[in-house]
Design a binder for this molecule. Structure first.
Ligand SMILES: Nc1ncnc2c1ncn2[C@@H]1O[C@H](COP(=O)(O)OP(=O)(O)OP(=O)(O)O)[C@@H](O)[C@H]1O
Length: 376
């Protein structure tokens, strides 16, 4: 029983609400990635679990026990801070070994055990050659790995990792995020892991919790969030380039409801149409991820899908990794981005047909910015 539960948790700093009525349950042995822009409230959330920040109101439980009034040392959680917080006067080895030497734990570990554990975690994080140095002799990335090692050396109920690999170079980040996940699965320890990077969140998290200005917007797996983002902001946060948004209005055509913007009538999925018939919305916005807009449909049988063909002129395109991002504009001035395979030719100025599958379109209520399918 190592689940972590937040019940109506609020964190205020003076008048500033950093965490706003958080209700969330992290399951036993789960790796929950908390995704949010800087200032979203991620660190404050972890610090309240660790006990280094007070909870303004609400309840936090670990393994079913309310921990609000427990001292940090009694919570059995290990936290790696984004700011490292290393002891400057002792070696890297002693910094990592530090948690095992606390009065409470020292009796369980011989000097041999400590050496073995430090070596294991230092090798895992590729800092075994730095063990004799002092923190001031390390680069920022190396300090971050020492801070991480000091956290991982323990066997707590819960690991709290605050942007644990943010200051590492891209190659090491990719390697570590994979290995941290393997480490967590091996230990079966519940882990809360914060990041500002959606790719990192999707790659490490069993589920992802999206925080925005202190409020939890959605919790789910990669598929659930990507297939049905709960809020317009999520469309911007989990895609690069961000989701395309179109202003427009709903129109009826026979028994169908379509979304119309500057000369284009987008077909919507039956599920969205049903929703729009059940409930009226003053103003809506259409959203579609660039990766779902199709340009040249070689392995996609268009006739089997409901959707909308849009003719547009390619403004420019750029290569990003293994794909091409295409920026296009219709004659009526509607602009959008699409993704294409590298081999697809789309020189600037060329006219192309883009397919918008109805199943990939999202409709957001412009007042609450929420996905109409997820509103009560
Ligand atoms: N000790 C503090 N005193 C006052 N305001 C604070 C304090 N700590 C955080 N804040 C404010 O609370 C809000 C949430 O901060 P928090 O550090 O939790 O966000 P975050 O998502 O972790 O950001 P980052 O990714 O930049 O670390 C921010 O507006 C921040 O300025």
């Amino acid at each position: 029983m190592k689940e972590v539960e937040f019940v109506e948790v609020v964190k205020k700093y003076g008048d500033l609400v950093a965490v706003n009525n958080l209700n969330l349950k992290v399951n036993d042995g789960e790796l929950l990635a908390i995704l949010g822009a800087p200032g979203a409230g991620k660190s404050s959330t972890l610090k309240m679990v660790a006990g280094v920040e007070d909870i303004t109101s609400g309840v936090i439980k670990i393994g079913g026990q309310v921990v609000n009034d427990l001292d940090p040392s009694e919570r059995d959680v290990a936290m790696a801070f984004e700011t490292y917080a290393l002891y400057p006067h002792i070696s890297v080895f002693e910094n990592i070994a530090f948690p095992l030497r606390s009065p409470k734990r020292a009796k369980y570990f011989t000097e041999e055990d400590i050496k073995k554990r430090v070596r294991e975690v230092a090798e895992f994080l590729e800092i075994d050659m730095l063990l004799n140095r002092k923190p001031k002799e390390l680069s920022g990335g190396q300090r971050q790995r020492v801070s991480l090692a000091r956290c991982l050396i323990r066997d707590p109920k819960v690991f709290l990792l605050d942007e644990p690999i943010a200051h590492l170079d891209a190659k090491l980040r990719h390697k570590l995020r994979r290995e941290l996940k393997i480490w967590q699965q091996r230990k079966k320890t519940t882990m809360l892991y914060t990041t500002t990077d959606y790719l990192e969140a999707f790659s490490v998290g069993d589920r992802i919790a999206v925080l925005h200005r202190g409020s939890l917007l959605q919790v789910g797996t990669w598929d659930e969030i990507y297939e049905r983002p709960a809020h317009r902001f999520i469309g911007q946060l989990v895609s690069d380039p961000p989701m395309n948004f179109f202003q427009g209005q709903l129109v009826r055509n026979g028994g169908a409801i379509l979304f119309e913007t500057k000369g284009i009538r987008f077909a919507l999925s039956p599920e969205i149409q049903k929703r729009l018939m059940e409930r009226s919305f003053e103003e809506v916005i259409l959203g579609v991820f660039p990766s779902k807009v199709l340009l040249e449909f070689s392995d996609f049988r268009m006739e089997e899908h409901t959707g909308t063909l849009v003719k547009a002129v390619v403004r420019f395109s750029e290569v990003r990794g293994s794909r091409k991002i295409v920026f296009a504009q219709t004659g009526e001035g509607v602009t959008f981005t699409a993704q294409a395979a590298l081999g697809i030719q789309c020189p600037p100025g060329s006219e192309r047909e883009f397919f918008f599958p109805a199943a990939s379109l999202q409709v957001f209520d412009n007042i609450t910015q929420r996905n109409v399918l997820l509103l009560d």
